[in-house]
Every structure is written in C-alpha cells, then in structure tokens.
Design a protein around this ligand. Structure first.
Ligand SMILES: [Zn+2]
Length: 406
C-alpha cells in the first residue's frame, strides 16, 4: 500500500514539525506572560525592585546612598513560565540607556558558575525580556559578567602548586574581609618592583578577567613569564575594594570619595593605607592599575591608557611603546586599541597612577581601561584572559626608559 505508507510518513513529518515549531513559536511572538521572583542576596548581588507586576518588573541599580551608576546583578526565579520584561529607568543621571550595554545583559543559567553575553535581540532601549520555560527556572542576569572573591579563589586554587606565586593577606577590609596580596617572582635589589591593582572601582569586573591572564602569564614557565621574573617582582592586589566587590556596590564615585581618589595624605580606606605601606617596603617603580570605563559612552568602547604624560618623566614614551606591543599581539576580535590618552597633569586627583607616577625613581605609572562590551568585540572571560597574556608579553618586549638622574 504505497499511498497509505506515504500518507503515514507525511503525517509523521507534520507531527514532528508541529512538535518542533510549537516551542519556537512559544518562545517568540506568542509567548505567554510569565512572572518571576527577584533576589540579589549573594556575592556581588545588586538590584532595587521598584515594582514587580508579574510579566513586567521595574528594576533599578541599587545606589545605596551613593552617586548614580549602572551596576546591577540579580537572580530571577520563574513563578510562572513565559515572558518577563525587566525595565530599567529610561534615564537617570550617570547611566544612560537604563544600564544595559551593547551586547545586552550578561546571563548565567547555572547560578553564576558560567556566563555569556545575552546579545541585544531581546533588548529594547532600557528594557530586556527573557522567556522562562518552566516554573522555578532560575536565571541570573547582570550588567556585566560578575567577578567576585569566589572567582579569584578559583584562580588561586588552580595555581596553588605554582612555585612562582605567593599568596598572603594585604590587610583586613572595613567589614572584616581578607584583602589578598599576590606576589609573583622574588623581590630583590636586582629586580624592579611592580605594583598591579584592579577593582579600585568595584563594578569594573571585566578588568579582573584581563588581570587573571596577565598574572597567569607572569607566573608561567613560558618564555614571557621566565623573562619577566628575571627582571621584575610583581605584587598584585586583584580586589582593592574587597567589600564593594562582595557586597555588589557601585564603588565608583563612592562618598566621600572612592578608593581611587584615596591616595592623598590622609587615606581613609585600610586597603589604600596598606598599599602605601607595601610601597614603603618594596619601592615600586611601576604601577599598572586595571579599570573599565563607563558602559555605553561612545568614546569608551576601546581599550585606552590614562595617566600623566611626564610623571614619571618618560611615562608617555614607555606607555606608547607598551601599547604598540599590546596592539600587535591582540587578536582581531579584541576591543580596538589600546589608545594612549595620557595628559599633562599639573595638579592631578589623588589616584593610584598619580601617587606612583609622581614618586622619585618611578618608571611607568598608568591606568588601563578595558571596555565592558563594545559592539562586535569579544569580552567573554576566556578572551579577556587571552588579552591579559598578551599584555604581559608586551611588557617583556618593552624597552622601559628610566628617568634621567638629577
Ligand atoms: Zn575605574
């Protein structure tokens, strides 16, 4: 019965098509209204739920009495499957476009273990939506890919047997947390001492992934690592504002001033006081401070260096050569740059790069800004670690010029 068989086969095909097409249709135009419960009581968490109206949840970065900024990170648990819209304020001073970057929110479906950029397909201005497939499905969303102490611990555990790495406690934070200090290579009068820092501003998570790659390469047995440790000893404070990182603060422009404006005569944060003490013991001639710029400003979608042109004396020349090696080494999908935006600073703000740049004997003191999520560029953790390795290799290639003796 050829016809009968064929009809049967057709029926199968149609049935399969319906089965395949239904969930697709459901997840797009015809998705039903869902609902979700919101929480942020975990490391790095931050959200202010303004109104939860089921399929429409009005949210905002939780400023906690500080100045407007764009950091947020929450978990949504579906109380009803379907589409839920998360709506940020249209415009609040300090974070245009409702605090969603060019690659959409970052998303994790495994409670924050792994992350990716969601993309901008589900983003509309200051809001985005997600379609929950089942009740109790838990999904984390954040303005950036988070990086907290737990991530640093993972990195340190992975390298626990590395003979070139020493881990200690720099100081206790105001809220009683250990602030980690890493040392790579042996400190001696024969090598130059390098200070590396990140998260003076708690929000700037992407910089931490780049820093990981930088440290990994410096402690490696690859040629760049070996060459680096022959000439330098590196001290790294990966999470300077440790409390801000763990508690999910905005950090930037914190009142009365943030960690990167605390390098004046009277430092108020234990971390900055401890960094100054460490400098007294080590005499840093290099300071490299990792940051991320703002989220959506057009100018801030590239990598760039900031600092003082002639403090130290040859800062501009040194950073320019360093930047050119970095640029040569970066893969094509890396953010553009790094550009060298050093300026003539006569009366600089009391930041890390000024504190170390204006010191006698300094060779290079500079801030490196890594963009969060520039359009069409890769800033996932693996890519950022790769950029960090390239930056360490570039360091080894650079002919740093020391200041002229008086
Ligand atoms: Zn910063």
């Amino acid at each position: 019965m050829p016809f009968g068989n064929r009809n049967l086969r057709m029926a199968h095909v149609v049935a399969i098509l319906i089965v395949v097409a239904l969930p697709l249709a459901k997840s797009h135009a015809e998705a039903t209204d869902g609902a979700a419960m919101i929480r942020s009581d975990f490391p790095g968490g931050n959200i202010s739920v303004v109104r939860n109206e089921g399929s429409l949840v009005h949210v905002s970065p939780d400023l906690r009495g500080d100045n407007p900024w764009f950091y947020w990170y929450f978990e949504a648990t579906a109380s009803k499957p379907g589409r839920v819209h998360f709506v940020f304020p249209e415009k609040v001073a300090g974070f245009k476009n409702g605090a969603i970057g060019f690659q959409g929110p970052a998303i994790s479906i495994d409670s924050g273990a792994t992350w990716k950029w969601m993309g901008a397909d589900n983003v509309d201005g200051s809001s985005f939506f997600f379609v929950f497939s089942e009740t109790n499905q838990r999904v984390r969303f954040a303005v950036t890919i988070p990086y907290v102490q737990h991530n640093l611990d993972e990195f340190l555990t992975k390298n626990v047997d590395n003979a070139h790495l020493k881990t200690s406690v720099l100081t206790k934070s105001r809220h009683g947390r250990d602030v980690k200090l890493l040392q790579i290579g042996k400190s001696s009068p024969e090598v130059k001492r390098v200070l590396v820092t990140a998260r003076h501003h708690a929000t700037e998570t992407i910089a931490s992934y780049v820093l990981e790659g930088f440290l990994q390469e410096a402690m490696s047995d690859r040629p760049a690592g070996e060459a680096f440790r022959k000439k330098y000893a590196m001290f790294a404070v990966p999470l300077v504002d440790k409390d801000g990182v763990e508690e999910g603060d905005q950090g930037k422009n914190r009142k009365p001033h943030d960690h990167n404006r605390d390098y004046g005569d009277e430092s108020i944060y234990p971390e900055i006081q401890a960094i100054k003490e460490l400098d007294k013991a080590q005499g840093f001639q290099f300071a490299l401070d990792f940051h991320c710029p703002t989220l959506v400003m057009q100018d801030h979608q590239v990598m760039y260096f900031v600092g003082a042109k002639v403090h130290p004396q040859y800062n501009f020349e040194n950073v320019t050569e360093f930047a050119s090696w970095i640029k040569k080494g970066l893969p094509n999908n890396a953010p553009y740059g790094p550009l060298v935006w050093l300026r003539d600073e006569v009366d600089p703000s009391p930041k890390n790069s000024s504190y170390f740049g204006f010191k006698d004997g300094a060779i290079m003191a500079v801030t490196l800004e890594i963009p969060f999520a520039p359009p069409g560029k890769a800033t996932d953790p693996a890519s950022c670690r790769r950029y960090g390795e390239v930056i360490l290799q570039a360091w080894v290639n650079t002919h740093f010029r020391e200041g002229d003796a008086d």
